[in-house]
Write a protein that binds this ligand. Structure first.
Ligand SMILES: [Fe+2]
Length: 340
């Protein structure tokens, strides 16, 4: 198969409180609003190569509107659409809009809306946003978390291996790693990539009947120091950190997780390996090996199992716990050795 996709270009998320969410992405994250269209606000990180990487749209529940990938060429865009339709899924061609060219939009087998395009406007900051360096799309900022660019998205699907297989066979994603439980042969997590990063698409097991859910969206900073300062800035600004900072065994990325004002989970990453091996074989990690926490000493909080839109509010059986098979399996997956 020719290489079809090059990288994740932007994400559309749903916000129950549009104003509060936009204020958060601008003030706490340090992103910049570049456009509004109806109930959607378009934002960029200083280092995003295209006009924007995040679209925040007002909705009744938090969640993901769509995820957009850039193809490797115009021919790859046509080939990707052909392959999706050959796999039995009918998408639609949409005309150029919002600083990218014609796009093929479809709903994947687990309910996630994906958009593919080739033509796109490359960003060049002007005036106070212009960088002194020719390769930089805009001047560096140190405002708030100040991510350089969008990093990845992790969705939720009822069958992790089925999800990975479809996106790998249809669109050429490399499957980089899985996590299966220590106690039972149940795969609860997987990571896929279009490039040298450990993942730009993650998938967690979803026991809910809701299709197309998202677990988190993730942004990138260049260094471990910036990551720790960001954690400090979030805490000082009144944003609790849900999990981290620490390092994942899978991908070896430094992570921390927090929530936006509409409840959606956001991750901040740095570090991690680069991997160019074309026939990489995905290892099936066990949580006890440190898949989620390299140091094997910190279990994931139960709240991390929540995906979006939220499932019907469970009747909590213990403080802070989300009961149910899905949550318990996931908690076991993220946890180190046992439950903390
Ligand atoms: Fe992640």
């Amino acid at each position: 198969m020719i290489k079809l996709l090059s990288h994740l270009a932007h994400l559309e998320i749903h916000a129950t409180d549009l104003d509060a969410s936009v204020r958060f992405y601008e003030q706490a994250m340090g992103m910049r609003e570049v456009r509004r269209d109806g109930d959607s606000v378009f934002l960029r990180c200083w280092g995003d190569y295209y006009t924007y990487s995040l679209v925040v749209t007002k909705a009744g529940q938090s969640g993901m509107g769509h995820m957009a990938w850039r193809t490797t060429s115009p021919e790859a865009l046509d080939e990707a659409a052909r392959r999706i339709e050959a796999a039995g899924i009918q998408g639609e061609w949409r005309g150029a809009q919002h600083d990218h060219g014609r796009a093929y939009r479809f709903t994947g087998p687990y309910g996630h809306v994906m958009e593919l395009f080739w033509d796109v406007t490359k960003h060049k900051g002007e005036g106070q946003h212009a960088s002194v360096y020719p390769d930089r799309p805009a001047r560096r900022t140190n405002h708030g978390v100040a991510p350089r660019f969008l990093d990845h998205v992790t969705v939720a699907a009822s069958d992790v291996r089925g999800f990975a297989k479809w996106y790998s066979e249809t669109l050429g994603f490399r499957i980089m790693a899985y996590t299966s439980l220590d106690e039972a042969p149940v795969t609860v997590f997987g990571v896929l990539t279009t490039n040298e990063k450990s993942h730009d698409l993650g998938v967690v097991m979803d026991g809910s009947p809701i299709p197309g859910r998202v677990n988190h969206i993730a942004f990138w900073v260049d260094t471990r120091e910036e990551h720790l300062v960001a954690a400090d800035v979030l805490m000082e600004g009144g944003t609790p950190i849900e999990y981290g900072p620490s390092i994942h065994g899978i991908g070896e990325q430094t992570y921390l997780y927090f929530r936006d004002p509409s409840g959606l989970r956001v991750e901040l990453n740095t570090g991690g390996y680069r991997n160019y091996v074309p026939d990489w074989e995905a290892y099936d990690w066990k949580p006890s090996q440190g898949s989620a926490s390299l140091y094997r000493n910190a279990a994931m909080p139960h709240s991390m199992t929540e995906s979006f839109p939220p499932a019907a509010a469970p009747s909590a059986t213990e403080e802070g716990a989300l009961p149910g098979t899905e949550d318990n399996l996931l908690a076991a997956a993220y946890g180190s050795h046992g439950r903390g």
